[in-house]
Design a protein around this ligand. Structure first.
Ligand code: GAR
Length: 191
């Protein structure tokens, strides 16, 4: 059984979706949620699912110490960033190389990078009059949104969509794509 640890900063709907997806899986399960935001909706969602939640500060994230031990104590095989808004630290990118995925609400490499998250992405896409938008799941390296792409799914924008409509459509795609990408990672790393 492979252990999945989720990192999230916000409402945590992807975290919940992933947790439920793996609840009855025979090859992986979500074992903990880590968050940098003590107000994040993901905390209650994870607790209701019976998961341990680790809340940490920016300083703890960015310097080796107790948090490294806490993460290691869950023996993560796979780390899934689901709306995690901080840069994943270099020491963990090295320690868990090839085992960290992120979901980004755009068709990378377009609309990625620092400050490009959530509705900021959708606003920029709509303002540019793009004809296509979508979701990317990619490996994490030490730069925002730059690792190798694992899976991507787009949809056509007809024009005139509201921000809410686009955000909902993106989330619908994410709820399919992230579990699918995690399953694909598991296929690639099956013993
Ligand atoms: C998701 O749309 C995810 O793709 C995005 O944050 C949202 C979190 O929603 N991530 C980024 O923008 C990362 N750059 P959720 O808290 O409901 O899962």
């Amino acid at each position: 059984m492979k252990n999945i640890v989720i990192f999230a900063s916000g409402s945590g709907s992807n975290a919940l979706n992933l947790t439920r997806h793996f609840k009855h899986s025979e090859r992986a399960r979500v074992v903990a949620v880590f968050t940098d935001n003590p107000q994040a909706g993901v905390i209650d969602k994870a607790k209701l699912e019976g998961l341990p939640v680790v809340v940490f500060t920016r300083a703890e994230l960015n310097s080796p110490g107790k948090l490294d031990d806490e993460l290691a104590s869950f023996s993560p095989d796979l780390i899934l960033l689901a709306g995690f808004l901080r840069l994943f630290p270099q020491r963990w990118v090295e320690r868990y190389a090839g085992r960290i995925l992120n979901i980004h609400p755009a068709l990378l490499p377009a609309y990625g990078g620092k400050g490009m998250y959530g509705d900021y992405v959708h606003r920029a896409v709509l303002a540019a009059g793009e004809k296509e938008h979508g979701v990317t799941v990619h490996y994490v390296n030490a730069h925002f949104d730059e690792g190798e792409i694992l899976l991507q799914r787009g949809f056509t924008l007809k024009g005139g969509e509201s921000l809410d409509e686009v955000s909902e459509q993106i989330h619908r795609i994410e709820y399919d794509l992230y579990p699918e990408a995690a399953e694909r990672w598991l296929d690639l790393h099956a013993l």
